[in-house]
Structure formats: structure tokens, C-alpha cells
Design a protein. Sequence first.
Length: 449
Amino acid sequence: MDFLLDRFASSPDRVAFIDDDREFTYGELAGAVARSRERIEREGIRRGDVVVTVGDYSPEMFAFMLALVHNGNVLAPLTRESVVERDVVMQIAEAGWFVDFRPELEEIAFEATGRRPENALTRSLTDRGAAGLLLFSSGSTGTPKGILHEWDRMVRKFEQPRKAIVAICFLMLDHFGGINTLLSITSSLGTVVTVRDRTVESICATIERHRVEVLPTTPSFLNLLVRAGAHERFDLSSLQVITYGTEVMPQATLERLAQIFPGVKLQQTYGLSELGVLRSKSRDDGSLWVRIGGAGFATKVVDDILWIKSDYAMLGYLNAPSPFDAEGWFNTEDRVEVDGDWMRILGRVTDLMNIGGQKVYPAEVEDVIIELDNVADVAVYAEQNALIGAIVVARVVTERPEPRGELKKRIRAACAERLAAFKVPAKVVVADEPLYSSRHKKQRRPEAV
């Protein structure tokens, strides 16, 4: 923690944030941390309290987070788009405080519960005055898991500064990738460019206006960018690196990106909330083969499944058994292909569809369909059928109206030419809504969110 504040103080005139076109220097950021520490003391937030915050990226929000860490608190950041409900988070976290950043009212609301943590894992931090970061799984398959990190262990990887960059924080503040991006930029005295609106138009306009160099995002967003032809309407020449992760990238989208941005490095990233974000290197800009690892990480593949050991791993789940084996290895449940030091991530084992006893990854069917004319996006999933068991369903967003019968015929013909018969969609649904969430991650289910 101290190394960050010392680094900020060493370059007070450098721009730390561009927040809604407002420049905020590292000197101002250090001052905001000091004021937040005073506010924390004034409000009565005690060392060891668990504090749930809600808000989006801003220098004031980041300063408050750092002040909580300095105070020895466990920080649990939420956003207004979080899929986990506040009451569930407060209960699992045993939160003593709920702090709401309300930029529209230019105020911060503090709500005390008086609760102190009793969970043994949390107490392993608070009893010795150590700060923590508490994140939550999506909860899409049940109660969300509380993922507890020790702050100092987590940020150790940022002690060595790298090249200062100008980058957008695209992934949400309650996502490990978002926290990782924020710390990566500021620990190297780069500039964080915030965005409130994560549409293609808004992101591209921000890149053009502030000469953004690095865009960390998702394949779903990049597919939208390609399909919208945004590169033709905005000056994106400042971009040097586009990183993508959180889901499988369609090969067709990646190849199109390489054509659109020939001078931009396209880098696949890999990380998990439980382990941290690994160093990664793509084989080339048009390839889904990647080498992952780096200092503090070890990888192995067992029965085609990726396992990782991390020096920056979480302490554990607050409300679930430890997922680590006796030697500290974590089963990612990601199936991979291996070629020497390179691997290609096929998808989560939990994403596999069982079609007539055969295993099918949605992404391999989507890769075929997304290349077709008039297909803007596609999500593939399994649907139970009373007569023949599970069938493959393709939910498609078209660029212009097309009779469903003709669309289904084209999709089935293309899939039959390149895929085994059991992988060919038996049903095609034309979607009226986007197939991705507010986090620009694909939703593979009958109704898109």
C-alpha cells in the first residue's frame, strides 16, 4: 500500500485520471486519499470493519478505496450494475458499513450496521489489522461465493512499475479484471480514463478525444465494434494494444480485428477472481493460441483441463469449501488444447452441451455462424426436447430483417458443411434484444439480458 502512495507523491503533476473530461493529477489523488482517511475516522469506521461500497470509477472512489485499505478494512466494491443483490452481499460479507457514492448528488452516504465479522477467514485478516478485498461470483447458478483476498498479497505484483499508459477502465469495478486494470495503470503512473456509458459509440468517442492507448475489453464488445464499423467513424489511431478476455473470442472476430487494426497488438488475457490475472502472450494477432503464466504463477494441464497455482491467490471463499488441492493447485474448469508452450482455451467444462451423448462447445458452433452474412451476433445453447433429448439452439441477432426459415436454412447448411451432424442447430431463434449483459459478456440462454 505504502509504495503506491509514495509513487503518487513522486509525480504530483502527472495526470492520474481523466474523469468525464476532468483531469485529476497524482498530487490531487494523494490529497484525496488524505481527506478520505479523515472522513473514515470522522464517520467512525474502525480497523477490521468490512465496508461495502457502491459506485463507478472516479478518482474520489479510488482514493476512498485506498484510504479503507490504509485503515485496515476489508473492502467489498459493488457497482449499480452488479448482479449480486446488496442484502446478499451484506450478509455474506458480515458488513459493518454500506457506503454509497452518489455522483449525481455530489455526496457520499454512510450507513452503519454495527456488525463485526465472525467468519474465521475474515478474522484471519482483521485480527492482525490486515486489509482485504472481497469480491463476489455472479451467482448465476446459485448463491454467490464471497472471494476474499489479502490486499498486500494481491498488489505485490504491481510493486515493479511498467510503462505508463493511457487506458480505459472498461471492466466493472466489482470485477477482478477491473481492479487489476486500475492498479496496473496507477502503479505505473499512467492515466485512467473513465467511462459511464460503455456503448461502442461512447467508448470510441472517448478513445478519439483522449488519445487512449490501451483498451481492455471483452470479445462481445469487440464483435459489436467490428459489426458497427466504428473504426470508420472515429479516429482510433492512438490505440496501441487491445486486450480481450472473460470469454472465448470468435476466430472470425479476431481475424477481422487484425485486418482493421494492423498496427495494434491484440492480446488475449487470462485470469480468475480466485487467482489473479496472469501474464499472457498471444502467438500472433490473429491467433487464439496463448502462452500464460509469469512470475508467481504455475500452470499444468490434467486430462485437458487447466490447473493453476498462484502466489496471489485468494485466501478462500467465505461461504464455500476451499477449491485448492493439498499442494495449492486450482482447477479452472477450462478445457484447453496444448501445442508446446502454447494453449488454446476451448471454454468452461460447465458450458459443454450434451447432445445425444456427444459433447459440444457453444463457441465452436458460434464461430461458424458469426461468419455468415446478415448475422450480427449469435449465442448457442442446449434446449431439452421431450422426444430426442437435448438439441442445439442458435439465438441470432440479424443486421437486417430476414425470414426465419431462410435464415435457419443458411445456418444449418453452413454448420453441416463444417461441423459434425450432432453440432448443427436444430432450432434457430431470431432475437429482438442484445445477447450480452451490461458487462458485455455473452449470455447463452433462451432470453438474452
